[in-house]
Design a protein around this ligand. Sequence first.
Ligand SMILES: [Ca+2]
Ligand SMILES: [Ca+2]
Length: 314
Amino acid sequence: MRPRGPGSARAALLSAVVLMAAAFVLSSNGPSRPPGNLSSNARVLSRRRSLRTLAASTCNEFGSLACPSSTASGEITTDDCRLDDGSFVDLVQFQGAAGQTVTIDMTSNAFDTYLFLLDPSPAVVATNDDFGGTTNSRITFTLPTSGTWTIGATSLQANQVGTYTLTLQCAAGPATTPTPTPIVAPPAPTATPIAGPCTANATTLCLNNGRFRVQATYSTAAGQSGPGMAVTRTTDTGVFWFFSANNIEVIVKVVNACTFTAAPRYWVFAGGLTNVSVELTVTDTRTGTVRTYRNPQNTPFAPVQDTNAFATCP
Ligand SMILES: [Ca+2]
Ligand SMILES: [Ca+2]
């Protein structure tokens, strides 16, 4: 939610005050520092944009990290690559496999750390400032795709330098259960299997048994824009974040209501926690049918309860 402008409700202002108070209480548990300095979405976006333009090869001082576990010591210096906000950054790559859950820790006694994770495209898919009541950082993330992933190790504040330690740990994806050999060959399936070509990735949800592709884009009144970052919650439900991974903006589900004999349909329900411009696109990958839902700029996201979304049963 990004309350802005005179149209913002008093409730939004109140909730912002409550959030700031909560942030202060949380940060007061760790080493002292001015709270909430990176709460500005604009600053996070600026960092994300500038990170994308940096080349890992020229901003990397100690090679790569490797699964299943590795540690490296680095130093933020004034010779390092620099983000738009004036902070220095080291980029380090690792090879990740789809389904792996990686945990990245950055610790420093010299400065308040900040971590980014970029996917192979490269786009920022996760960030973290503080973890565990300290000013150190941790990202835990399940990789949706295989390839070369990049860690951005930087400081919360501009012009910070000093040594730090970076640790990568990788947990294997869910084990593949071997298929038992049937004693008697199973009968041929009578129903056509639903196996849509939806492929989940950092910006794509595949809902309702992978049949419906759901993507989101956003833009702000200040001209910031990009894809929503997708996080699957259940087989039918997922969420998108725009500005940081801990700040959910839209939740969406696709429900099979094909047993409703009066009007068999797939339903699309969505809720937003935002007032920026959003375009939500839902595609039935089995039929190619597309439904688009738009939220105008500076408008509280209205509930979507489309019980007529897809007349494409079964
Ligand atoms: Ca460095
Ligand atoms: Ca930090």
